[in-house]
Design a protein around this ligand. Structure first.
Ligand SMILES: [Zn+2]
Length: 206
């Protein structure tokens, strides 16, 4: 089964993707992970890392090729759960995949802002925390569990920046979701609840 996960920042795609993968054994593929874990010897490594550091979106054709390479591995022969592709029509033009089903996780702008603005990062080890989600809170307020470094809020996690990114997401994915809806494979899922609740809405389709 080839599954696509769509949703704005803070919609819980990563968490839900892991849950689907754990429950069904279908491997999870995250474009973000592929880009972060690009091997040292890869000829595009420096270029991609630079684009990411500048906060740019990595060139479509590069991402498409890396994703094709990843998905050609034997372990994905009987399917995958994909997070981070089909964000716009350009992605589809660069690399089209015959998904069986696509889940669009929907949350309100208020929830997006609440979830993202409560996010804190450890500048030393990169671990991400959330000050409102009990399971993601640091043990000591404001400090990293692993290395006791002071946690910081990313500059681009302000309400204004979050709403701007959300607007871009909604504009760009509208065409994609319309297309998937026409094909009859789009399932719109209420993403407001806790992960277990969201997963229970997805489970019947798996
Ligand atoms: Zn840390």
């Amino acid at each position: 089964m080839k599954i696509l996960l769509l949703g704005p920042q803070g919609s819980g795609k990563g968490t839900i993707g892991s849950m689907i993968s754990q429950e069904t054994g279908i491997p999870l593929v995250s474009v973000g992970q592929i880009l972060r874990n690009i091997p040292n010897e890869h000829p595009w490594r420096n270029s991609i890392q630079e684009q990411m550091k500048k906060g740019l979106l990595v060139e479509q054709s590069m991402v498409a090729q890396l994703l094709k390479d990843e998905l050609s591995k034997d372990k994905y022969m009987s399917g995958f759960v994909l997070d981070g592709w089909y964000r716009s029509m350009k992605d589809i033009e660069a690399y089209e995949i015959d998904f069986d089903i696509a889940f669009l996780l929907q949350i309100s702008p208020e929830t997006t802002v609440k979830r993202i603005s409560s996010r804190r990062t450890c500048p030393k080890c990169g671990k991400i925390y959330n000050t409102v989600t009990p399971s993601e809170k640091p043990k000591i307020e404001g400090k990293c569990d692993k290395c006791i470094t002071d946690l910081v809020q990313r500059d681009d996690d302000t309400e204004e920046a979050i709403l701007k990114r959300l607007h871009i997401f909604q504009t760009e994915t509208k065409e994609v979701s319309d297309l998937l809806r026409d094909r009859g494979i789009l399932k719109e899922i209420d993403g407001e609840g806790p992960p277990n609740e969201v997963y229970s809405l997805i489970k019947p389709y798996l």
